[in-house]
Design a protein around this ligand. Structure first.
Ligand SMILES: Cc1ncc(COP(=O)(O)O)c(C=O)c1O
Length: 441
């Protein structure tokens, strides 16, 4: 165990410019710590395990097996929930070694937990990242990431069309901390005029919530690299199955894992993935801001991730059928779905995503009154906030994600008062189309 743990430390030696604390944090919480512990218990299987971990798997295999090692006698096939807030030490020498950063032992679940580590490894591998850290919610992931990168007196360039919660965080809270937020439209027009030496992060979301606009990630990366500014993309809507921003040069990917990663509307969770250097720093902030993930939702998240690919592919197929139906409907003014050739982002979607996703929105003729009427008449779709689960949902952005926004802010965010956002679930698409037909009649 000692030799293996030591080898692991050497192989993940952090950059010289990292703090001792972040080094310690990394050692304690790297998902592979779990592997080291498992390996120590079953040394005969260790070479097989290492080979498995190093293999390059496709998404579906990664989702099911990454972070979990199951070969051997009487090993539970399902992940174990390590439901504990704290972990024992064998003796004070081990405790001292932990305090000195020489041990990868777990100490306290706010710092790290083996069940959470499995979810982190799956997300890191799916995003093609060196590391990931899970959080108590998507907002914990986003706020902690930004507060790690930017301090008082510094600036963020943020896309204006983002999830309303992210927008309100930037509009109402970051300025109170002395952080300046400059807003750029989804086409990034004029971004070069917003940048200055105090700009420490570029925050993007694509596709956007709720109007499904896309940001050209290659363009954003080209600009950010020129200025050496870290980029963050909220990849919640696409999921790593349909879009891998890190492969395009983005530095950090954030998720509301509440949505597609979890997939069953039964947990609140978040995650950030990126280089070890960034994730070490963000993990350290999470430990002190306190937005760590609990092992129970981590178990649900792991279970959800295992079926991520089949869910999102089927849900995307249904979304395309629904978008085509809505596009021809006489009471529909506009359909927002990047998979429709009429979408302004169709070509971009084809170039940076491998599918169009399962979210769409449409504007009904007659504004908010007509939108409310349709939402009050659905029978299969549920009228509910959130998204990405197996149940199809409709919601009015002006009364949910985009509440507390002025008419001018809504106009700038491209949100029509008659906009209905649709999260397409796993029901039969023919039934969903029938439901929308009767709701709009
Ligand atoms: C795109 C997007 N990002 C982030 C969030 C925030 O995530 P959470 O609700 O898990 O904190 C949401 C929530 O709706 C979202 O839709």
């Amino acid at each position: 165990m000692a030799a293996r743990t030591k080898g692991f430390h050497q192989s993940s030696a952090p950059d010289a410019n990292k703090t001792t604390t972040s080094r310690n944090v990394w050692r304690r919480h790297n998902a592979r710590t779990n592997l080291a512990l498992v390996t120590a218990l079953r040394p005969a299987a260790s070479s097989l395990i290492m080979k498995k971990q190093e293999q390059k798997w496709h998404n579906a295999t990664t989702a099911i097996h990454a972070g979990e090692e199951k070969h051997g006698l009487s090993v539970p096939v399902a992940p174990v929930i390590t439901r504990t807030s704290n972990f024992t030490f064998a003796n004070t020498e081990e405790l001292k070694r932990w305090a000195e950063g020489k041990s990868s032992a777990y100490i306290y679940t706010r710092y790290g937990n083996p069940t959470v580590a499995i979810a982190e490894e799956k997300i890191a591998r799916l995003e093609g990242a060196e590391a990931a850290v899970c959080t108590a919610s998507g907002m914990a992931a986003i706020s902690t990431t930004l507060l790690t990168l930017v301090r008082a007196g510094e600036e963020i360039i943020a896309q204006r069309q983002t999830y309303g919660g992210s927008y309100r965080l930037m509009r109402d809270y970051l300025p109170r901390l002395g952080i300046v937020v400059r807003y750029v439209e989804s086409d990034l027009a004029g971004i070069e005029r917003m940048v200055n030496p105090r700009t420490k992060a570029i925050y993007l979301e694509t596709p956007t919530n709720p109007t499904l606009r896309l940001v050209d990630l290659r363009k954003a990366v080209g600009f950010a690299k020129e200025w050496d500014i870290p980029t963050i993309v909220d990849n919640t809507f696409a999921s790593p199955i349909l879009q891998k921003p890190l492969a395009l040069g983005i530095d950090l990917v954030a998720h509301s894992a509440t949505k597609y990663l979890g997939g069953h509307s039964d947990l609140i969770a978040g995650a950030v993935a990126g280089s070890r250097t960034y994730i070490d720093r963000i993990r350290e902030s999470i430990i002190y801001f306190g937005g760590s993930m609990d092992p129970e939702p981590a178990y649900l998240l792991i279970r959800g991730i295992k079926t991520l690919e089949v869910r999102i592919l089927q849900q995307s197929k249904s979304a395309m059928a629904i978008a085509r139906f809505l596009e021809k409907h006489p009471k529909v003014k506009a359909v927002h779905y990047p998979g429709l050739p009429s979408s302004p982002d169709y070509r971009l979607a084809k170039s940076q995503m491998s599918g169009f996703g399962a979210m769409l929105a449409f504007d009904v003729k007659g504004g908010i009154a007509a939108a409310r009427r349709a939402c009050d008449r659905v029978r299969i779709f549920l009228l509910a906030a959130s998204l990405g689960g197996v149940e199809s949902l409709v919601v009015l952005p002006v009364y949910s994600s985009h509440y507390k926004m002025s008419a001018e802010e809504l106009r700038k965010a491209g949100v029509d008062p008659g906009c209905i956002r649709v999260s397409v679930g796993l029901e039969d698409p023919a039934d969903l189309i029938e439901d929308l037909r009767q709701a709009l009649a």
